[in-house]
Design a protein around this ligand. Sequence first.
Ligand code: BGP
Length: 471
Amino acid sequence: MVITKKHGLPENFLWGASTSAYQVEGANLSHGKGPSVQDIKTVPAGTSELDVCADFYHRYAEDIALMAEMGFKTFRFSIAWSRVLPEGTGRVNQEGIDFYNNVINECLKYGIEPLVTMFHFDLPAALEKKGGWSRRESVDEFVEFAKLLYTNYGDRVKYWLTINEQNMLTLVGDVIGTCNMEGVTNKYKKLYQENHHMLLAQAKAMKLLHEMCPGAKIGPAPNISLVYPATCKPKDVLAAQNFNAIRNWLYLDMAVYGRYNDLVWKFLEEHDAIPVIEAGDMDIMAQAKPDFIGFNYYNTATVEWDDSPVAVTDSEKKDQQSAGIEPGVYKAYPNPNLLRTEFGWEIDPDGFRATIREMYSRYHLPMIVTENGLGAYDKLTEDGKVHDDYRIEYLRKHIEQIKLAADEGAEMMGYCPWSAIDLVSTHEGITKRYGFIYVNRDEFDMKDLARYRKDSFYWYKKVIETNGEDL
Ligand code: BGP
């Protein structure tokens, strides 16, 4: 038998870009939408409220037309749970249902496949007030939400993502405004119980989609960054394996194989944090199968072994891309070989390929990049231009690595950088811009919110036209 392997990017590669509801829509407390955890958090100092964002709620048609002009094959956006279910469960807000119907139909009008994230950091506040993901009921609440989405949109949406960056919700939820640690004595116990409920909710949602919408495809969307050891000291290698397990593999081992990662299990035992697992949970996890893996990649992480006593706390500013410190397990190490963005995030295109290789050899599933990109203080010139050559450079180098990984055999389905259009960052305001489309507003001055095509807009259009040949 002759075995042939496909190489390179497929003809139907899904070029596009991403957004999330609470970061782009605005209208956060109007048109029947209930508040989410993002609307009740204290916004970080120096950043604005979420009532306007990029005003996508009112300008989606104009924005999707611009995406079509770039040649998008897909558009990844999320559905705000509390826009369709203002209290998280029960009463449906028809206006919210209609809004996403309009967004989906607008995409399809241009032949753009909607890639829908079901949950992106915005748990309904009504559910959070009852205890959020720490309650067992949260599993059924998510399934109710999933069923509502499949019922309303399943006839047209073929690609679904369950939970955006569940690993970051667990590791740095305090930074992205999704978790409240008040009065909690054992943070691990709380976080990993919530994590178990999310994993189960995800598994049930994957199974349900396959039952309700045969032919539709679904996958998880964690933030995956390969972890390097700081040196070739064997202990540093162990530390890197620890953090790889805790940051990355726990989530994908569960989504794909339905089992807890052994190193993480041991870590949880040592922290008295084994979650309550009910009879049948693990069967459901094992039966649920993703069709592909969606993943966000910004850069790699580097760690060293840490021998400090448990009392040492993490003094480093922690966010999605920083490893922080887990005493006796790993400690962040600034990689001296990498450049950084204006916001201090390391830039590592080779690490992108290394991450893809590792994921493919572990899981052998098709992969779609659901985020990747560079946040910067872009400047609009007098004549309405944005010369974001630094972004083009970043994206070009990362796409080169996807192509190399695909040549090596990895099945790459698509690429959706962050973000389609400027939107509000998780904790650093809207002037940390990522989009191909500039939104004319500042942090507190809403100006006219007009849209401008950045240089990267024209560049990406050409990349899509040539299926990645002309970078
Ligand atoms: C990811 C999130 C996005 C997004 C992006 C950029 O972790 O999924 O929602 O915001 O990071 O991060 P930031 O907004 O912090 O710059």
